[in-house]
Write a protein that binds this ligand. Structure first.
Ligand code: C2E
Ligand code: CA
Ligand code: CA
Length: 749
């Protein structure tokens, strides 16, 4: 569509947050749709701007301002509606309905970001003559009918179904685009809004407005779809509803001749009759819902969503169905997910089931270790004489190894090099460090492995004693629920940049929640959100398996933003159910380089109706370095908004008192290395004690993480810690499960 007055559109290259405007796609309904580029996710998007010209104009600073006090009310009303719809639609997934990604307020108006569907409009598709028989028309319309019925079930109407709002993708699947034609105001007619109705496609009630007592509903979209079918079959645009109305009120004949009279292709009587039904002038004569319309179609019509390739191949149909569920059911769909997951895995995997690889250059140590493993009843173990052989073994076994016992001192590729190389593979066995080296070096190696996204169960001294080894291996079994297993052999998913981006925008990132308990009261103050990645086969990856990848490939900020959106949405749901909770999100330092980060958080929070005081940002101590000044600006702006800033994994980094004092942190979160097992570990206990003392002196809130046992709990309580988090209370879990846990916990208080 041509834009009449180019001064009112946003200029090319104009930035909107992290989007850049590329061109105008069209103008219709209540706004302008642009093609744009999402510089975060590095992909093209469609951006719809709420810009009803009847009510507003753009000033030289690109701010959108209502014309007058009267139009201001209408504008504000429409804007709210637009945002509200966008937010709900963002939770709605259907392969034949354009995906709304986000919405935000900016420039005095609002924007809705949608997928940019590349393909041809149905108009061009028809012009190319690609629809020349009844079956190809039915194949196009079936998926659309399915999608639009879902939209209606969710309580929405599209209001602008027309030839140019249907895109035929390269794979031949149709998609309905361009949502966001806000509902008309009761007196919209008086403001000349009728001009924006698409002639030929809009039913009379859309011209008349609600004031005439003619309600819009699913039947209005049915009219539009029937008009689309009419054009496909006859090659003509149907007479528009205003002309029809004028003639009919004069008692003349309906100028819209029945479809059969103009049909240019060989069509069944049923299809022609179905089209006529949908184009009935008065609402009473039209089917009220898609379901009521379907029986009029030929039985060859297949009403089902298109099968589309998503992440790494097709999703199975049950997952497809789950994805189609609109927003309000998000919590319950999370419940479906949990139900499918194995529970009580700790009991399900006996230690005997572990698969262990012993990596040591000395043959006798390997033999000894394997003998000990035999004695522990571990049936499957392998040996490797160095890092390179170990990597080969892992590859040959497609990662079917749960634990690697690793010697640090080896000729050739040493243990540290091996850890580094392992982090580059898709395999994530847990590590047990075998060493004759001193404690400090062991700790440093553990730290190194962790910062490379690997998980270290602990260390054991040489010569290996069965009891020592059992003690560390048992941890593997215990940590399983928190770290869902990697997919098994023959099923190894390698995260690629494409599948990661696709996954990020199709909901593969799932928040798990672990409660935080206030020691003085026993009450839950909030949760920490921990990321999980859902693979196409439904299994989950633990963060160790994808966070380092996201960091390495510059995607961690996008991941954080995506996670925040879901977490804030859950938090908003809880709040509206009378459960006010704080939510803590882990944020990588690169996010503090984004000067828009504070405003973005504001936007997301506002969208979900939560307060910034409910938000906690955790920053790992290790990442707080000397050039912290660079991130200080953003940190301060976050703090000014009332967001809590917490130093995560405290004790593992090197932040000095002086440094900490300059920073706007209000909480320290003591690393689980000093908490879990503190009862038997003198050194851990003393670090725990001094950390808590330091925090108290600096007037910081303290939280101990990794409380696994009542002994751990007793110690942190005795040392005066404020809050705790750990398996003793609960492992991280999906939102719905967390709510059930919370209810039980509160009942036990
Ligand atoms: P973290 O922030 O220190 O998160 C706490 C981790 O400790 C979680 O592991 C949790 O399951 C585990 N944990 C909690 N209580 C206990 C306990 O009592 N015993 C033991 N053994 N472990 C406990 P998870 O979920 O595997 O997360 C691992 C790390 O991945 C996180 O450590 C965090 O650094 C990173 N991560 C997770 N989600 C995100 C994210 O969205 N963004 C970023 N940047 N990092 C994330
Ligand atoms: Ca954390
Ligand atoms: Ca931590």
């Amino acid at each position: 569509m041509r834009i009449k007055s180019p001064t009112t559109i946003l200029p090319q290259s104009q930035k909107l947050l992290w989007y850049v405007i590329e061109s105008v796609l069209g103008e219709g309904g209540f706004g302008i749709t642009y093609a744009g580029f999402d510089t975060n996710l590095q992909r093209r998007v469609a951006i719809k701007e709420f810009f009803p010209r009847q009510w507003c104009a753009r000033d030289t600073l690109l701010q959108v301002v209502p014309h007058s006090e009267t139009t201001k009310d209408l504008f504000v009303w429409g804007l709210r509606r637009f945002l509200q719809e966008a937010r709900t639609l963002a939770h709605f997934y259907h392969p034949n309905i354009v995906q709304v990604r986000t919405a935000f307020e900016h420039n005095g108006t609002a924007y809705m970001v949608m997928d940019l569907e590349e393909g041809v409009t149905l108009e061009d598709y028809c012009a190319a003559g690609d629809h020349r028989d009844e079956q190809s028309i039915l194949d196009l319309i079936g998926p659309l009918l399915h999608g639009i019925a879902k939209v209606h079930e969710a309580g929405f109407i599209h209001r602008d179904v027309k030839l140019n709002n249907i895109i035929v993708r390269e794979d031949g699947t149709p998609v309905l685009v361009d949502f966001g034609s806000a509902r008309q105001a009761p007196d919209a007619g008086a403001h000349g809004l009728t001009a924006l109705v698409s002639r030929g496609f809009a039913p009379f009630e859309q011209y008349a407005g609600d004031g005439e007592g003619l309600a819009q509903g699913p039947w209005s979209d049915i009219y539009g779809l029937a008009a689309v079918l009419y054009i496909l079959v006859t090659g003509r645009i149907p007479a528009d509803a205003l002309t029809r109305s004028a003639r009919l009120t004069q008692g003349a004949m309906d100028p819209l001749m029945s479809t059969s009279e103009h049909a240019r292709i060989d069509c069944s009587r049923e299809l022609l009759a179905a089209i006529d039904r949908g184009l009935a002038f008065s609402i009473e004569d039209r089917p009220a819902t898609v379901d009521a319309w379907l029986p009029h179609f030929p039985s060859r019509l297949n009403v089902a969503p298109s099968e589309r390739v998503l992440v790494h191949g097709d999703e199975d149909s049950s997952r497809q169905r789950e994805r189609m569920d609109p927003g309000p059911e998000r919590l319950s769909s999370a419940a479906t997910l949990t139900d499918a997951e194995p529970t009580g895995l700790a009991d399900a995997i006996p230690m005997e089931g572990l698969r262990v690889l012993v990596v040591d250059d000395e043959a006798y140590i390997r033999t000894l270790a394997q003998r000990v493993l035999d004695r522990l009843g571990i049936g499957e173990h392998h040996g490797a004489d160095g890092g390179a052989t170990a990597l080969e073994t892992l590859t040959a076994m497609q990662g079917e190894i749960d634990v690697v016992l690793l010697d640090l001192k080896m000729p050739g590729m040493d243990g540290i090099e091996f850890l580094h190389a392992l982090a580059e593979t898709p395999y994530r066995p847990d590590i047990v460090l075998l060493s004759g080296v001193e404690q400090n070096l062991l700790r440093a190696a553990e730290e190194f492995a962790r910062s490379n996204g690997l998980s270290v169960l602990g260390g054991t001294r040489k010569p290996i004693r069965p009891d020592d080894l059992r003690r560390v291996l048992v941890k593997y079994v215990r940590t399983q629920p928190a770290q869902p297993a990697m997919p098994r052999a023959g099923n190894v998913y390698e995260l690629t940049e494409e599948c990661f981006d696709e996954g990020l925008s199709t909901g593969a990132l799932v928040p798990y929640y672990q409660p935080k308990v206030v020691l003085a009261t026993g009450r839950v103050s909030g949760v920490e959100a921990l990321s999980r990645w859902r693979l196409p086969d439904g299994s989950l990856l633990s963060p160790d398996a994808f966070i380092p990848f996201a960091e390495r490939t510059g995607r961690i900020h996008a991941l954080t933003l995506a996670l925040m959106r879901s977490v804030f949405a859950d938090c908003g749901d809880w709040l509206s159910n009378g459960i006010p909770l704080e939510v803590a999100v882990n944020v990588a330092p690169v996010s503090f380089n984004d000067p828009h980060f504070p405003e973005l958080i504001d936007d997301y929070a506002a969208m979900e109706g939560i307060a910034s005081s409910q938000i906690i940002i955790e920053v790992t101590e290790r990442t707080i370095t000397d050039d912290v000044v660079a991130m200080l600006g953003v940190l301060m702006r976050l703090r000014l908004r009332g967001i809590t800033l917490s130093i995560d994994d405290f004790g593992t980094g090197y932040s000095s008192l002086k440094q900490l004092h300059k920073m706007p942190f209000t909480e320290i979160k003591i690393d689980r290395a000093f908490v879990c097992g503190a009862a038997d570990d003198e050194r851990a206990r003393s670090i725990l004690k001094s950390s808590i003392e330091l925090a108290k002196r600096l007037d910081l809130n303290t939280i101990a993480e990794g409380v696994e046992t009542s002994a751990d709990l007793d110690i942190v309580r005795a040392l005066g810690c404020d809050m705790v988090q750990g398996f003793y209370y609960a492992k991280p879990m999906p939102g719905a499960e967390f709510l059930r846990w919370l209810a039980d916990h509160e009942a036990g208080q």
